[in-house]
Ligand binder design. Sequence first.
Ligand code: SIN
Length: 360
Amino acid sequence: MRSPTGVARLIGSTVEIFPVPEWLSSTLSGTQFGSLRRQYIRSTGGKTAGATKETTGATEPVLEYSIRMNPRAFTTPGLSLAPTGAALGAEIRGLDVCELTGAEFAAVHRAWLDCSVLLFRGQHLSDADLIAFSRRFGGLDWAPIQETGRRFVEGHPEIYVVSNVIENGVPIGSLGSGEAVWHTDMSYLERPPKASILYALEVPPSGGDTWFCSMYGAYESLAPALRDRISHLTLKHDATYNSGGYVRQGVTAVDDPVTSPGVYHPLAPVHPESGRRVLYLGRRRNAYIAGLPLAESETLLDELWSCATRDDLTWRHQWQPGDLVLWDNRSTMHRRDPFDPDSRRILHRTQIQGETVPAA
Ligand code: SIN
């Protein structure tokens, strides 16, 4: 099936256009793609499917419309956006995040939704500055309790310390120096944070890189039959272990995915701001798909995970002190490489509250 400007494929109730037609990519941002999708849902729910048919070349009413995005580099006075060239991520240059005007913040917000991960280098932030910048995106969740039982930076309950440093025999932060496995932050909550911001104070000379993967790309890479199969399934997001493999405070270690504590979310929710569907996996350990025999759940999860963390869906960040990385927690997962335990790594993180629960 051909539309005037791109190839349109009808998959079940979803029409995909690829490549994105010039008239769309030059006039709409990623956020607006979301409203476009909603507009089409409305129009096809009524009697106006003709407009959609004309645009997409679809031969049936279109219930859902998804497009792959290709963020473009742009420069405006004092600010430039350089996409990483990978499936996600961009660097914003020329901004001090403590001094953003309303227009600059609007550009950052749009770029964050379009690119899922943003890097700002050379920042000089106190904890109060980090909190102030984070609050521009919404209310903040308190940091999870660290493995040691310590909750947060004194006076700043919003700040989660990621560190291997030990002072007076006590770790100052979480996650040690080993690998932190692929995960989405705090998805064991009913309403997980919509974003996280990680700011580097000290980093080791090598190792400790953080990798991000696109869960839009993961969903879009699934075969249509697999998408249909997971469309009504929900997944338990385990609350027992953190990504460093440590048992969370106050939780008894359980290694049975069926009985371990956690919260169920749809496997393929719609991102509330972009309107695009994602694969929502959270973390692998103790994950369990509701209603399936455990062996079947494990097999299906292995298949989904092998699609999600493919090299072509990932971007790797090598840290420098002063780097600030902001990610969309609904459309990405991340993991961290191990590093030399004798070197120091200290990062401070905030979590921006989700406004909605993940919904299919
Ligand atoms: C995290 O999972 O938020 C920390 C990632 C890192 O240590 O780079």
